[in-house]
Design a protein around this ligand. Structure first.
Ligand code: NAD
Length: 495
Protein backbone atom coordinates (compact mmCIF):
# COMPACT_ATOMS: atom_id res chain seq x y z
CA UNK A 1 0.00 0.00 0.00
CA UNK A 2 1.45 3.38 -0.98
CA UNK A 3 1.56 6.46 1.26
CA UNK A 4 -1.00 8.07 -1.02
CA UNK A 5 -3.50 5.28 -0.42
CA UNK A 6 -3.04 5.50 3.33
CA UNK A 7 -3.69 9.24 3.30
CA UNK A 8 -6.58 9.31 0.83
CA UNK A 9 -10.20 9.11 1.89
CA UNK A 10 -12.17 6.65 -0.28
CA UNK A 11 -13.43 8.09 -3.57
CA UNK A 12 -17.14 8.96 -3.24
CA UNK A 13 -19.50 6.51 -5.01
CA UNK A 14 -20.80 9.54 -6.91
CA UNK A 15 -17.60 9.64 -8.99
CA UNK A 16 -18.22 6.68 -11.26
CA UNK A 17 -19.59 5.79 -14.67
CA UNK A 18 -21.32 8.38 -16.87
CA UNK A 19 -22.86 11.37 -15.09
CA UNK A 20 -26.08 12.72 -16.60
CA UNK A 21 -27.71 16.12 -17.02
CA UNK A 22 -30.55 17.27 -14.76
CA UNK A 23 -33.36 18.46 -17.04
CA UNK A 24 -36.91 19.03 -15.83
CA UNK A 25 -36.29 16.93 -12.71
CA UNK A 26 -34.96 13.91 -14.65
CA UNK A 27 -31.39 12.69 -15.02
CA UNK A 28 -30.76 12.22 -18.74
CA UNK A 29 -27.76 11.61 -20.97
CA UNK A 30 -26.81 14.00 -23.79
CA UNK A 31 -29.11 13.27 -26.74
CA UNK A 32 -26.05 12.78 -28.95
CA UNK A 33 -24.66 10.21 -26.49
CA UNK A 34 -21.30 12.00 -26.58
CA UNK A 35 -19.19 12.27 -23.41
CA UNK A 36 -16.22 14.06 -21.85
CA UNK A 37 -13.63 12.23 -19.72
CA UNK A 38 -13.26 13.59 -16.18
CA UNK A 39 -9.59 13.67 -15.17
CA UNK A 40 -8.13 14.05 -11.68
CA UNK A 41 -5.62 16.91 -12.13
CA UNK A 42 -3.43 15.59 -9.32
CA UNK A 43 -2.76 12.30 -11.12
CA UNK A 44 -3.77 12.85 -14.73
CA UNK A 45 -5.96 9.72 -14.40
CA UNK A 46 -9.54 9.36 -15.70
CA UNK A 47 -12.20 9.08 -12.98
CA UNK A 48 -15.56 9.07 -14.79
CA UNK A 49 -17.43 10.75 -17.66
CA UNK A 50 -19.86 13.63 -18.04
CA UNK A 51 -22.31 14.32 -20.86
CA UNK A 52 -21.01 16.35 -23.81
CA UNK A 53 -24.27 18.17 -24.43
CA UNK A 54 -25.20 20.39 -27.35
CA UNK A 55 -27.96 22.73 -28.49
CA UNK A 56 -30.61 19.96 -28.43
CA UNK A 57 -30.02 19.35 -24.73
CA UNK A 58 -29.96 23.08 -24.04
CA UNK A 59 -33.32 23.43 -25.85
CA UNK A 60 -34.81 20.75 -23.60
CA UNK A 61 -33.42 22.33 -20.45
CA UNK A 62 -34.58 25.84 -21.37
CA UNK A 63 -38.03 24.55 -22.18
CA UNK A 64 -38.18 22.74 -18.79
CA UNK A 65 -37.03 25.90 -17.02
CA UNK A 66 -39.66 27.98 -18.86
CA UNK A 67 -42.46 25.55 -17.93
CA UNK A 68 -41.33 25.61 -14.29
CA UNK A 69 -41.16 29.40 -14.30
CA UNK A 70 -44.71 29.68 -15.59
CA UNK A 71 -46.06 26.77 -13.54
CA UNK A 72 -46.18 25.87 -9.88
CA UNK A 73 -42.98 27.77 -9.00
CA UNK A 74 -44.56 31.11 -9.94
CA UNK A 75 -47.14 30.57 -7.18
CA UNK A 76 -44.61 29.90 -4.43
CA UNK A 77 -44.56 32.68 -1.85
CA UNK A 78 -41.27 34.27 -0.75
CA UNK A 79 -41.74 32.52 2.58
CA UNK A 80 -41.98 29.11 0.89
CA UNK A 81 -38.89 29.83 -1.19
CA UNK A 82 -36.95 30.95 1.89
CA UNK A 83 -37.91 27.77 3.77
CA UNK A 84 -36.80 25.64 0.85
CA UNK A 85 -33.49 27.50 0.57
CA UNK A 86 -32.80 26.90 4.23
CA UNK A 87 -33.59 23.21 3.76
CA UNK A 88 -31.16 23.11 0.83
CA UNK A 89 -28.63 24.88 3.05
CA UNK A 90 -28.93 22.19 5.75
CA UNK A 91 -28.70 19.34 3.27
CA UNK A 92 -25.67 20.82 1.54
CA UNK A 93 -23.87 21.36 4.84
CA UNK A 94 -24.73 17.85 6.06
CA UNK A 95 -23.05 16.52 2.94
CA UNK A 96 -20.18 18.93 2.86
CA UNK A 97 -17.38 16.40 3.49
CA UNK A 98 -18.45 14.52 0.37
CA UNK A 99 -18.88 17.69 -1.68
CA UNK A 100 -15.42 18.90 -0.65
CA UNK A 101 -13.91 15.57 -1.63
CA UNK A 102 -15.65 15.62 -5.02
CA UNK A 103 -14.41 19.18 -5.65
CA UNK A 104 -10.84 18.29 -4.66
CA UNK A 105 -10.75 15.23 -6.92
CA UNK A 106 -12.36 17.10 -9.81
CA UNK A 107 -10.46 20.39 -9.84
CA UNK A 108 -7.46 19.85 -7.57
CA UNK A 109 -7.90 22.41 -4.77
CA UNK A 110 -6.78 20.93 -1.45
CA UNK A 111 -9.31 19.54 1.00
CA UNK A 112 -8.22 22.25 3.44
CA UNK A 113 -9.70 24.77 0.98
CA UNK A 114 -12.72 22.86 -0.28
CA UNK A 115 -13.81 21.97 3.26
CA UNK A 116 -13.27 25.60 4.26
CA UNK A 117 -15.86 26.57 1.66
CA UNK A 118 -18.59 25.06 3.85
CA UNK A 119 -18.65 28.12 6.06
CA UNK A 120 -18.75 30.40 3.07
CA UNK A 121 -21.55 28.38 1.43
CA UNK A 122 -23.55 28.74 4.61
CA UNK A 123 -23.09 32.52 4.62
CA UNK A 124 -24.01 32.92 0.97
CA UNK A 125 -27.12 30.75 1.18
CA UNK A 126 -28.28 32.56 4.31
CA UNK A 127 -27.74 35.87 2.56
CA UNK A 128 -29.77 34.92 -0.52
CA UNK A 129 -32.47 33.27 1.59
CA UNK A 130 -32.82 36.58 3.45
CA UNK A 131 -33.49 38.28 0.10
CA UNK A 132 -36.64 36.28 -0.76
CA UNK A 133 -39.40 38.79 -1.18
CA UNK A 134 -37.17 41.54 -2.58
CA UNK A 135 -39.71 41.78 -5.40
CA UNK A 136 -42.78 42.47 -3.29
CA UNK A 137 -44.85 45.55 -3.97
CA UNK A 138 -43.63 49.00 -3.03
CA UNK A 139 -45.95 52.01 -3.22
CA UNK A 140 -44.08 55.24 -3.89
CA UNK A 141 -45.54 58.61 -2.98
CA UNK A 142 -48.07 59.55 -5.62
CA UNK A 143 -47.19 62.75 -7.51
CA UNK A 144 -49.88 62.47 -10.19
CA UNK A 145 -52.88 64.81 -10.32
CA UNK A 146 -56.22 63.12 -9.58
CA UNK A 147 -56.83 59.93 -7.69
CA UNK A 148 -54.21 57.40 -8.60
CA UNK A 149 -52.83 54.45 -6.76
CA UNK A 150 -49.39 53.74 -8.21
CA UNK A 151 -47.58 50.54 -7.53
CA UNK A 152 -43.99 49.76 -8.34
CA UNK A 153 -43.09 46.14 -7.97
CA UNK A 154 -40.15 44.00 -9.00
CA UNK A 155 -40.87 40.93 -11.10
CA UNK A 156 -38.50 37.99 -11.75
CA UNK A 157 -36.77 38.32 -15.14
CA UNK A 158 -37.59 34.71 -16.05
CA UNK A 159 -35.20 31.98 -17.14
CA UNK A 160 -31.54 32.62 -16.31
CA UNK A 161 -28.63 30.92 -18.06
CA UNK A 162 -25.54 30.46 -15.91
CA UNK A 163 -22.10 29.73 -17.35
CA UNK A 164 -19.27 29.25 -14.87
CA UNK A 165 -15.55 28.37 -14.96
CA UNK A 166 -13.66 25.48 -13.34
CA UNK A 167 -11.73 27.30 -10.67
CA UNK A 168 -14.39 27.06 -7.94
CA UNK A 169 -17.69 25.53 -9.07
CA UNK A 170 -18.78 24.89 -5.49
CA UNK A 171 -18.70 28.67 -5.02
CA UNK A 172 -19.75 29.66 -8.52
CA UNK A 173 -23.00 27.71 -8.57
CA UNK A 174 -24.48 29.69 -5.66
CA UNK A 175 -23.95 32.98 -7.49
CA UNK A 176 -26.51 31.65 -10.00
CA UNK A 177 -28.86 29.49 -7.95
CA UNK A 178 -28.88 31.81 -4.90
CA UNK A 179 -30.39 34.88 -6.57
CA UNK A 180 -32.56 32.72 -8.90
CA UNK A 181 -34.27 30.95 -6.00
CA UNK A 182 -34.53 34.14 -3.94
CA UNK A 183 -36.35 35.98 -6.73
CA UNK A 184 -38.48 33.18 -8.21
CA UNK A 185 -36.51 32.83 -11.44
CA UNK A 186 -35.57 29.45 -12.88
CA UNK A 187 -32.13 28.53 -14.19
CA UNK A 188 -30.12 26.42 -16.60
CA UNK A 189 -26.52 26.13 -15.47
CA UNK A 190 -23.68 24.98 -17.66
CA UNK A 191 -20.63 24.26 -15.53
CA UNK A 192 -17.12 24.11 -17.02
CA UNK A 193 -16.19 20.97 -18.93
CA UNK A 194 -13.12 20.62 -16.67
CA UNK A 195 -15.06 20.66 -13.36
CA UNK A 196 -18.76 19.80 -13.30
CA UNK A 197 -19.04 17.09 -10.66
CA UNK A 198 -19.74 19.14 -7.51
CA UNK A 199 -22.45 21.06 -9.39
CA UNK A 200 -24.16 17.80 -10.40
CA UNK A 201 -24.02 16.50 -6.82
CA UNK A 202 -25.42 19.76 -5.41
CA UNK A 203 -28.22 19.56 -8.00
CA UNK A 204 -29.08 16.09 -6.66
CA UNK A 205 -29.26 17.49 -3.15
CA UNK A 206 -31.45 20.38 -4.28
CA UNK A 207 -33.93 17.97 -5.87
CA UNK A 208 -33.86 15.87 -2.70
CA UNK A 209 -34.73 18.99 -0.69
CA UNK A 210 -38.00 19.28 -2.64
CA UNK A 211 -37.25 21.81 -5.39
CA UNK A 212 -39.98 21.54 -8.06
CA UNK A 213 -38.89 19.91 -11.33
CA UNK A 214 -37.30 22.27 -13.84
CA UNK A 215 -36.55 25.13 -11.43
CA UNK A 216 -32.88 24.37 -11.73
CA UNK A 217 -31.36 22.40 -14.59
CA UNK A 218 -27.73 21.43 -15.08
CA UNK A 219 -26.36 20.68 -18.54
CA UNK A 220 -22.69 19.75 -18.90
CA UNK A 221 -20.63 20.15 -22.04
CA UNK A 222 -18.10 22.20 -23.93
CA UNK A 223 -18.38 25.96 -24.14
CA UNK A 224 -18.40 26.01 -27.95
CA UNK A 225 -21.45 23.66 -27.97
CA UNK A 226 -23.63 23.83 -24.86
CA UNK A 227 -22.30 27.23 -23.67
CA UNK A 228 -22.75 28.91 -27.03
CA UNK A 229 -26.26 27.41 -27.42
CA UNK A 230 -27.26 28.78 -24.01
CA UNK A 231 -25.88 32.23 -24.81
CA UNK A 232 -27.76 32.30 -28.12
CA UNK A 233 -31.02 30.80 -26.89
CA UNK A 234 -34.01 33.05 -27.64
CA UNK A 235 -35.90 31.92 -24.54
CA UNK A 236 -33.16 32.77 -22.03
CA UNK A 237 -33.81 36.16 -20.41
CA UNK A 238 -30.53 36.71 -18.65
CA UNK A 239 -27.03 35.27 -18.80
CA UNK A 240 -24.82 35.27 -15.73
CA UNK A 241 -21.33 34.51 -16.98
CA UNK A 242 -18.06 34.08 -15.13
CA UNK A 243 -14.98 33.37 -17.18
CA UNK A 244 -12.50 34.89 -19.59
CA UNK A 245 -12.74 38.08 -21.65
CA UNK A 246 -12.68 36.29 -25.01
CA UNK A 247 -15.64 34.12 -24.07
CA UNK A 248 -17.47 37.14 -22.66
CA UNK A 249 -17.10 38.94 -25.97
CA UNK A 250 -18.54 35.97 -27.79
CA UNK A 251 -21.43 35.82 -25.30
CA UNK A 252 -22.17 39.52 -25.80
CA UNK A 253 -22.49 38.88 -29.55
CA UNK A 254 -24.54 35.71 -29.03
CA UNK A 255 -26.92 37.50 -26.67
CA UNK A 256 -27.88 40.13 -29.24
CA UNK A 257 -30.66 38.02 -30.82
CA UNK A 258 -33.14 38.60 -28.00
CA UNK A 259 -31.25 41.38 -26.16
CA UNK A 260 -30.55 39.29 -23.07
CA UNK A 261 -29.55 40.96 -19.87
CA UNK A 262 -25.93 40.17 -19.10
CA UNK A 263 -23.75 39.90 -16.07
CA UNK A 264 -20.07 39.42 -16.89
CA UNK A 265 -17.55 38.61 -14.17
CA UNK A 266 -14.19 38.32 -15.86
CA UNK A 267 -10.50 38.19 -15.20
CA UNK A 268 -7.99 40.42 -13.47
CA UNK A 269 -4.36 41.38 -13.05
CA UNK A 270 -4.79 42.91 -9.65
CA UNK A 271 -2.19 45.16 -8.03
CA UNK A 272 -1.23 44.57 -4.40
CA UNK A 273 0.71 47.60 -3.17
CA UNK A 274 3.22 47.24 -0.32
CA UNK A 275 4.43 50.49 1.23
CA UNK A 276 7.72 50.74 3.12
CA UNK A 277 5.86 51.23 6.41
CA UNK A 278 3.83 48.01 6.02
CA UNK A 279 3.97 45.34 8.68
CA UNK A 280 5.93 42.80 6.65
CA UNK A 281 5.13 39.97 9.05
CA UNK A 282 1.58 40.28 7.77
CA UNK A 283 2.18 41.69 4.29
CA UNK A 284 4.56 38.93 3.13
CA UNK A 285 2.26 35.96 3.81
CA UNK A 286 -0.84 38.05 2.99
CA UNK A 287 0.37 39.21 -0.42
CA UNK A 288 1.92 35.82 -1.21
CA UNK A 289 -1.28 33.90 -0.54
CA UNK A 290 -3.12 36.68 -2.39
CA UNK A 291 -1.40 35.30 -5.49
CA UNK A 292 -0.99 31.60 -4.72
CA UNK A 293 -4.36 30.65 -3.20
CA UNK A 294 -6.01 27.97 -5.36
CA UNK A 295 -2.65 27.74 -7.19
CA UNK A 296 -3.21 31.21 -8.61
CA UNK A 297 -6.47 30.20 -10.30
CA UNK A 298 -8.45 32.99 -8.69
CA UNK A 299 -9.92 35.92 -10.59
CA UNK A 300 -8.95 38.45 -7.89
CA UNK A 301 -5.38 37.11 -7.45
CA UNK A 302 -3.04 40.00 -6.58
CA UNK A 303 -0.48 38.96 -9.17
CA UNK A 304 1.24 42.34 -9.56
CA UNK A 305 2.93 43.01 -6.22
CA UNK A 306 4.06 46.63 -6.28
CA UNK A 307 6.72 47.15 -3.60
CA UNK A 308 8.21 50.48 -2.53
CA UNK A 309 11.78 50.45 -3.82
CA UNK A 310 13.46 50.90 -0.41
CA UNK A 311 12.10 47.52 0.76
CA UNK A 312 11.97 45.71 -2.60
CA UNK A 313 14.97 43.43 -1.95
CA UNK A 314 13.99 42.63 1.64
CA UNK A 315 10.43 41.92 0.54
CA UNK A 316 11.56 39.60 -2.25
CA UNK A 317 13.89 37.75 0.11
CA UNK A 318 11.14 37.25 2.68
CA UNK A 319 8.57 36.32 0.05
CA UNK A 320 10.98 33.78 -1.41
CA UNK A 321 11.53 32.26 2.04
CA UNK A 322 7.79 32.16 2.67
CA UNK A 323 7.13 30.60 -0.72
CA UNK A 324 9.50 27.73 0.07
CA UNK A 325 7.41 26.86 3.15
CA UNK A 326 4.21 26.38 1.10
CA UNK A 327 3.32 22.71 0.75
CA UNK A 328 2.31 21.84 -2.81
CA UNK A 329 0.85 18.41 -3.41
CA UNK A 330 -2.18 16.20 -3.89
CA UNK A 331 -5.18 17.98 -2.42
CA UNK A 332 -6.19 14.81 -0.58
CA UNK A 333 -3.17 15.14 1.72
CA UNK A 334 -4.40 17.15 4.72
CA UNK A 335 -1.08 19.06 4.83
CA UNK A 336 -1.35 20.30 1.25
CA UNK A 337 -1.78 24.04 0.82
CA UNK A 338 -1.65 24.26 -2.97
CA UNK A 339 -2.91 21.61 -5.38
CA UNK A 340 -2.33 21.15 -9.11
CA UNK A 341 -3.52 23.34 -11.94
CA UNK A 342 -6.73 22.20 -13.58
CA UNK A 343 -5.38 20.63 -16.79
CA UNK A 344 -2.44 19.90 -19.04
CA UNK A 345 -3.53 22.86 -21.17
CA UNK A 346 -3.38 25.22 -18.18
CA UNK A 347 -0.02 23.76 -17.12
CA UNK A 348 1.44 24.40 -20.58
CA UNK A 349 0.04 27.92 -20.57
CA UNK A 350 1.54 28.77 -17.17
CA UNK A 351 4.94 27.25 -18.02
CA UNK A 352 4.95 29.29 -21.22
CA UNK A 353 4.39 32.50 -19.22
CA UNK A 354 7.27 31.55 -16.90
CA UNK A 355 9.53 31.22 -19.95
CA UNK A 356 8.30 34.57 -21.25
CA UNK A 357 9.02 36.25 -17.87
CA UNK A 358 12.61 34.99 -17.89
CA UNK A 359 13.00 36.06 -21.52
CA UNK A 360 11.73 39.56 -20.74
CA UNK A 361 14.41 40.06 -18.10
CA UNK A 362 12.46 39.59 -14.85
CA UNK A 363 14.59 37.85 -12.20
CA UNK A 364 13.33 34.41 -11.25
CA UNK A 365 13.69 34.60 -7.45
CA UNK A 366 11.85 31.42 -6.59
CA UNK A 367 10.02 28.46 -8.18
CA UNK A 368 9.50 28.35 -11.93
CA UNK A 369 9.38 24.57 -12.32
CA UNK A 370 7.02 21.63 -12.35
CA UNK A 371 6.87 19.11 -9.53
CA UNK A 372 8.44 15.73 -10.16
CA UNK A 373 8.61 12.37 -8.38
CA UNK A 374 5.24 10.99 -7.34
CA UNK A 375 3.55 14.18 -8.60
CA UNK A 376 5.08 14.14 -12.10
CA UNK A 377 1.84 12.98 -13.75
CA UNK A 378 -0.21 15.75 -12.14
CA UNK A 379 -0.40 19.35 -13.33
CA UNK A 380 1.72 20.90 -10.56
CA UNK A 381 3.74 24.12 -10.75
CA UNK A 382 5.90 25.58 -7.97
CA UNK A 383 4.84 28.93 -6.53
CA UNK A 384 6.93 31.34 -8.55
CA UNK A 385 8.32 34.81 -7.77
CA UNK A 386 9.62 37.13 -10.47
CA UNK A 387 11.46 40.09 -8.91
CA UNK A 388 12.45 43.42 -10.42
CA UNK A 389 9.67 43.11 -12.99
CA UNK A 390 8.25 46.06 -14.88
CA UNK A 391 4.61 46.70 -15.59
CA UNK A 392 5.15 46.64 -19.36
CA UNK A 393 6.21 42.99 -19.30
CA UNK A 394 3.79 40.41 -20.65
CA UNK A 395 3.77 38.63 -17.26
CA UNK A 396 2.54 41.86 -15.65
CA UNK A 397 -0.07 42.64 -18.29
CA UNK A 398 -1.72 39.31 -19.06
CA UNK A 399 -3.73 37.10 -16.72
CA UNK A 400 -1.66 33.94 -16.16
CA UNK A 401 -4.13 32.12 -13.88
CA UNK A 402 -1.31 30.21 -12.21
CA UNK A 403 0.95 30.62 -9.15
CA UNK A 404 3.15 33.33 -10.65
CA UNK A 405 3.83 36.68 -8.96
CA UNK A 406 5.51 39.69 -10.58
CA UNK A 407 7.14 41.96 -8.01
CA UNK A 408 7.41 45.49 -9.40
CA UNK A 409 9.32 48.28 -7.57
CA UNK A 410 7.87 51.82 -7.27
CA UNK A 411 9.03 55.06 -5.64
CA UNK A 412 6.17 57.40 -4.64
CA UNK A 413 2.49 56.66 -3.93
CA UNK A 414 1.53 58.41 -7.21
CA UNK A 415 3.84 56.03 -9.09
CA UNK A 416 2.18 53.07 -7.37
CA UNK A 417 -1.24 54.28 -8.46
CA UNK A 418 -0.13 54.99 -12.00
CA UNK A 419 1.28 51.48 -12.33
CA UNK A 420 -1.69 49.91 -10.51
CA UNK A 421 -4.14 51.45 -12.96
CA UNK A 422 -2.03 50.79 -16.05
CA UNK A 423 -3.93 47.62 -16.93
CA UNK A 424 -7.00 46.77 -18.98
CA UNK A 425 -8.48 45.05 -15.90
CA UNK A 426 -10.31 46.52 -12.89
CA UNK A 427 -11.31 43.65 -10.66
CA UNK A 428 -9.46 44.06 -7.35
CA UNK A 429 -6.44 45.49 -5.56
CA UNK A 430 -4.68 45.60 -2.22
CA UNK A 431 -2.79 48.11 -0.07
CA UNK A 432 -0.45 47.31 2.83
CA UNK A 433 0.52 50.28 5.02
CA UNK A 434 0.26 51.41 8.63
CA UNK A 435 -0.56 54.96 7.58
CA UNK A 436 -4.31 55.64 7.54
CA UNK A 437 -4.05 58.53 5.08
CA UNK A 438 -2.03 56.41 2.62
CA UNK A 439 -4.51 53.54 3.01
CA UNK A 440 -7.45 55.83 2.34
CA UNK A 441 -6.01 57.79 -0.58
CA UNK A 442 -4.45 54.84 -2.36
CA UNK A 443 -7.40 52.47 -1.94
CA UNK A 444 -9.72 55.12 -3.38
CA UNK A 445 -7.29 55.73 -6.25
CA UNK A 446 -7.25 52.13 -7.48
CA UNK A 447 -9.73 51.64 -10.34
CA UNK A 448 -11.18 48.33 -9.27
CA UNK A 449 -14.38 46.85 -7.88
CA UNK A 450 -12.82 45.63 -4.62
CA UNK A 451 -9.83 46.92 -2.65
CA UNK A 452 -8.43 45.26 0.47
CA UNK A 453 -6.30 47.10 3.02
CA UNK A 454 -3.92 45.04 5.20
CA UNK A 455 -5.69 41.86 4.12
CA UNK A 456 -6.47 40.16 0.82
CA UNK A 457 -9.34 38.15 -0.64
CA UNK A 458 -11.92 38.30 2.15
CA UNK A 459 -15.51 38.43 0.90
CA UNK A 460 -18.86 39.12 2.53
CA UNK A 461 -21.82 38.02 0.37
CA UNK A 462 -23.91 40.86 1.81
CA UNK A 463 -21.35 43.36 0.43
CA UNK A 464 -20.38 41.49 -2.72
CA UNK A 465 -17.83 42.14 -5.44
CA UNK A 466 -17.58 42.90 -9.13
CA UNK A 467 -15.38 44.48 -11.73
CA UNK A 468 -14.91 47.53 -13.88
CA UNK A 469 -13.06 48.10 -17.19
CA UNK A 470 -12.34 44.75 -18.93
CA UNK A 471 -13.10 42.82 -15.75
CA UNK A 472 -16.76 43.02 -16.68
CA UNK A 473 -19.95 44.41 -15.23
CA UNK A 474 -22.62 43.37 -12.79
CA UNK A 475 -22.19 42.82 -9.05
CA UNK A 476 -22.14 39.49 -7.23
CA UNK A 477 -23.72 39.53 -3.78
CA UNK A 478 -25.55 42.35 -1.99
CA UNK A 479 -28.93 43.75 -3.02
CA UNK A 480 -27.64 44.77 -6.47
CA UNK A 481 -27.21 41.13 -7.39
CA UNK A 482 -30.71 40.18 -6.32
CA UNK A 483 -32.22 43.17 -8.09
CA UNK A 484 -30.46 42.24 -11.31
CA UNK A 485 -32.66 39.09 -11.37
CA UNK A 486 -35.75 41.30 -11.22
CA UNK A 487 -37.23 43.97 -13.46
CA UNK A 488 -39.30 46.90 -12.26
CA UNK A 489 -42.93 47.10 -13.21
CA UNK A 490 -45.15 50.14 -12.64
CA UNK A 491 -48.94 49.84 -12.37
CA UNK A 492 -51.01 53.05 -12.39
CA UNK A 493 -54.56 52.54 -11.09
CA UNK A 494 -56.98 55.37 -11.81
CA UNK A 495 -59.27 55.35 -8.81
P1 NAD B 1 -13.58 30.39 -20.09
O1 NAD B 1 -14.14 31.68 -20.52
O2 NAD B 1 -12.74 29.62 -21.04
O3 NAD B 1 -14.75 29.37 -19.65
C1 NAD B 1 -15.72 29.74 -18.73
C2 NAD B 1 -17.02 29.04 -19.06
O4 NAD B 1 -17.47 29.50 -20.34
C3 NAD B 1 -16.90 27.52 -19.19
O5 NAD B 1 -18.06 26.91 -18.67
C4 NAD B 1 -16.82 27.31 -20.68
O6 NAD B 1 -17.27 26.03 -21.10
C5 NAD B 1 -17.75 28.39 -21.18
N1 NAD B 1 -17.54 28.79 -22.58
C6 NAD B 1 -16.40 28.71 -23.31
N2 NAD B 1 -16.63 29.17 -24.57
C7 NAD B 1 -17.93 29.56 -24.62
C8 NAD B 1 -18.74 30.15 -25.62
N3 NAD B 1 -18.27 30.42 -26.85
N4 NAD B 1 -20.01 30.46 -25.31
C9 NAD B 1 -20.52 30.21 -24.08
N5 NAD B 1 -19.79 29.64 -23.10
C10 NAD B 1 -18.50 29.32 -23.35
O7 NAD B 1 -12.82 30.68 -18.74
P2 NAD B 1 -11.92 29.69 -17.91
O8 NAD B 1 -10.59 29.64 -18.53
O9 NAD B 1 -12.67 28.43 -17.69
O10 NAD B 1 -11.88 30.45 -16.52
C11 NAD B 1 -10.89 31.33 -16.19
C12 NAD B 1 -11.35 32.76 -16.35
O11 NAD B 1 -12.47 33.02 -15.50
C13 NAD B 1 -10.28 33.71 -15.92
O12 NAD B 1 -10.20 34.79 -16.81
C14 NAD B 1 -10.77 34.17 -14.55
O13 NAD B 1 -10.24 35.39 -14.13
C15 NAD B 1 -12.24 34.22 -14.76
N6 NAD B 1 -12.95 34.20 -13.46
C16 NAD B 1 -13.59 35.34 -13.06
C17 NAD B 1 -14.25 35.38 -11.83
C18 NAD B 1 -14.96 36.62 -11.39
O14 NAD B 1 -15.88 36.51 -10.57
N7 NAD B 1 -14.61 37.78 -11.87
C19 NAD B 1 -14.27 34.25 -11.01
C20 NAD B 1 -13.61 33.11 -11.47
C21 NAD B 1 -12.95 33.09 -12.70
Amino acid sequence: MTTQEVLSPPRPDFIAGRKKNLIGGRWVDATSGRKIDVVNPATGGKMCEIAASDSTDIDLAVSAARSAFEGEWSRWTPHQRRKLMLKIHDLVLENFEELALIETLDMGAPLSRTKGLAEWTSQVLHFFASQCGAGTVATPENSLPGDFLTLRSLAPVGVVGGIIPWNGPLIGLWWIFGPALATGCTAVLKPAEDASLSVLRVAELMSEAGLPDGVINVVTGFGRDAGQALAEHKDIDRIAFTGSIGTAQSIVRASAGNLKRLQLELGGKSPDIIFADADLDKAVPGASMGVYTNSGQVCVAGTRILVQRSIHDEFVERMTEFTKTIKVGDGLDPNTQLGPLISQRQLDRVMNYIDIGGGEGAQLASGGGRLGGALANGFFVEPTVFAGASNEMTIAQEEIFGPVASVIPFDEPEDALRIANDTPFGLAGGVWTQNLATAHKVSRGINAGTVWVNCYGVLDPAVGFGGTKMSGYGWKGAKEHVESYLYPQAVYINL
